[in-house]
Design a protein around this ligand. Structure first.
Ligand SMILES: Nc1nc2c(c(=O)[nH]1)N[C@H]1C(S)=C(S)[C@@H](COP(=O)(O)O)O[C@H]1N2
Ligand SMILES: [Mo]
Length: 300
């Protein structure tokens, strides 16, 4: 459906900051003015061809089910996803335990085809179904002192064979700065390829932050907390030198153990050539303004 998402409109006419501040009015305005079809950046000129459903659901990272790429496809079916509820707490007007259905109430679900870049230097293109995190945050009412959003995955030793191993400090946790969380690209996904979210991809509800390394896109969320302190983030805690809190995709800053300049495109076959990694994973026009004045070699 036509909507607020970038592929439906041109960003020549709207600054990213303005989009962030008042996306609805701007997009309504752009639509009314009949603005469409022009391309703002080379990154956007490229057609995003989604990976196959098979690739997306069989080459996964979900360490609660094992560290192998095929472990989630094999073992995540053990996760009970119905009923599901999410605790939304901290600095919000309407804290509480929301059922999955209550979370979905009033949300506009749409399809968005996003590039997805893992910190391990591989990438995919995924057609997600979901809604903007900002809409959910607006629904629960963010209080004025809140500066960050913390997320937590379910911790179920009976269903998750991987949590028996101390790979990470379970439960898996992640966080975003509030302006990142409110950005129109930041999505809560509940499905892909028009189907309910497969368990291995984070059923029933997960985050998708397309300009950050994949590990920020936390799966199977059971808790969202608004806070005024930088939240605990599992990978950042496990190895702060290798995984920063921000973890924006940045081809100019290598991981200490490998280059981030290029990426292997999943599904391209054994001999497919690597492709250059783009700043902010190709979403630079939309998100660079969030980091104005920050040294991105320090704030990795
Ligand atoms: N709870 C949880 N969320 C997670 C992970 C995880 O291990 N546990 N892995 C992350 C990493 S490293 C990546 S690359 C993506 C993978 O998402 P996908 O398997 O749907 O492609 O999920 C992220 N979210
Ligand atoms: Mo990842």
């Amino acid at each position: 459906m036509a909507g607020r998402w970038k592929n439906d409109l041109t960003y020549n006419d709207v600054t990213p900051e303005a989009v962030f501040l008042n996306r609805r009015q701007l997009i309504a305005g752009a639509a009314a003015a009949g603005v469409a079809g022009t391309i703002a950046s080379p990154a956007m000129a490229e057609e995003l061809v989604p990976n196959s459903f098979e690739d997306i659901t069989n080459y996964c990272n979900f360490y609660e089910f094992g560290t192998g790429k095929d472990d989630p496809a094999r073992y995540a079916s053990a996760l009970t996803t119905q009923p599901w509820s999410i605790e939304i707490d901290g600095m919000v007007d309407n804290p509480g335990t929301y059922s999955f259905e209550q979370v979905m109430d009033g949300m506009t679900v749409e399809e968005r085809i996003y590039r997805f870049r893992c910190v391990e230097a591989w990438s995919m293109v995924v057609p997600w179904n979901g809604f903007e995190l900002a809409d959910l945050l607006e629904k629960v009412g963010v209080q004025s002192g809140a500066k960050y959003v913390a997320f937590e995955t379910a911790y179920r030793p009976d269903e998750m064979r991987g949590v028996a191993f101390p790979v990470l400090d379970w439960p898996y946790r992640e966080g975003l700065r509030l302006d990142e969380a409110m950005h129109p690209l930041t999505m809560v996904a509940t499905g892909l390829y028009g189907k309910p979210m497969p368990n291995q991809n984070g059923a029933p509800i997960r985050l998708v932050v397309p300009w950050k390394y994949g590990f920020k896109s936390i799966k199977s969320i059971v808790r969202i907390t608004l806070t005024d302190e930088e939240p605990f983030a599992s990978w950042n805690q496990a190895n702060p030198r290798e995984y920063g809190f921000y973890s924006n995709v940045n081809p100019n800053v290598d991981h200490p153990r490998w280059s981030q300049a290029t990426e292997r495109v999943i599904g391209g076959g054994l001999f497919a050539k690597r492709q250059p990694t783009l700043m902010f994973n190709g979403y630079e026009d939309e998100v660079a303004s969030l980091y104005e004045g920050m040294d991105l070699t320090t704030f990795i």
